[in-house]
Ligand binder design. Structure first.
Ligand SMILES: O=C(O)COP(=O)(O)O
Ligand SMILES: [Mg+2]
Length: 227
């Protein structure tokens, strides 16, 4: 790798993981040694990508909750955006219809969420979409959860916020991801790569699709920059 290596913005689930949702350990030295900025962009709540950065030993620069939460080191910028009250109201109304969020009582999927709400994929989608639309929100199916999200944010607005802090341009970035929640960051990045297991939206919006899936796909996506 040399000084021409682009900054990278990378999704977690489906991209850095294997089929069982565990991080593919081979991606870790790649991210740790990446000579330009690494941004972890995920639908997960902030503690997950922050912990990933900490354990990797890299600067903590993350886009969480599909763009609702942005944290940038070293400027210490924390930006929260999105109508979480509306998302929580959707959850309440969904429960009133007799459904539940599907993550059990402790609900580690929502516990640290600050701008949106997630519902398990084994719960009914249609009533959730209706309730969300009535409050100006959208439901994103990432293949891992249904996200009730404010459409004013996405991973693309998150990338823009990171860039504004760090004096970078979105077009300088290499983006790697696998699903609909990566589409807007794909549109802004200079090069967008979908791993082979990506959903239709991500495949369509990518500049390049890898032959390999999951962590293998990520390693293939970055290979041209590591030779
Ligand atoms: O939390 C999800 O549903 C997806 O997470 P991801 O954006 O890291 O793939
Ligand atoms: Mg993903």
């Amino acid at each position: 790798m040399d000084s021409d290596t682009p900054p990278i913005i990378v999704d977690i689930d489906g991209t850095l993981t294997d089929e069982s949702r565990a991080i593919d350990h081979r991606v870790m030295p790649v991210l740790r040694e990446w000579p330009a900025r690494v941004v972890i962009a995920t639908g997960k709540a902030m503690p997950f990508p922050i912990a990933l950065c900490e354990f990797l030993g890299i600067e903590r620069t993350v886009v969480a909750e599909n763009g609702g939460v942005v944290f940038v080191e070293p400027t210490d910028e924390l930006r929260l955006e999105g109508d979480q009250e509306a998302a929580l109201a959707v959850g309440e109304a969904y429960r009133d219809l007799g459904h539940n969020l599907g993550f059990g009582q402790v609900d580690l999927a929502n516990r640290w969420r600050e701008t949106e709400l997630v519902v398990s994929l084994d719960q009914p989608l249609e009533p959730l979409e209706e309730l969300a639309a009535a409050r100006g929100l959208v439901v994103l199916d990432t293949g891992f959860a249904y996200h009730v999200t404010d459409p004013v944010v996405d991973k693309g607005t998150g990338l823009e916020a990171v860039c504004a802090e760090l004096d970078l341009e979105p077009a300088e970035f290499l983006a790697v991801g696998d699903s609909v929640n990566d589409a807007q960051m794909f549109d802004l990045a200079g090069e967008a790569v979908a791993v082979a297991n990506a959903d239709e939206t991500a495949l369509e919006r990518a500049d390049r699709v890898t032959d390999a899936s999951y962590g293998d796909g990520f390693l293939e996506a970055v290979a041209p920059y590591r030779d």
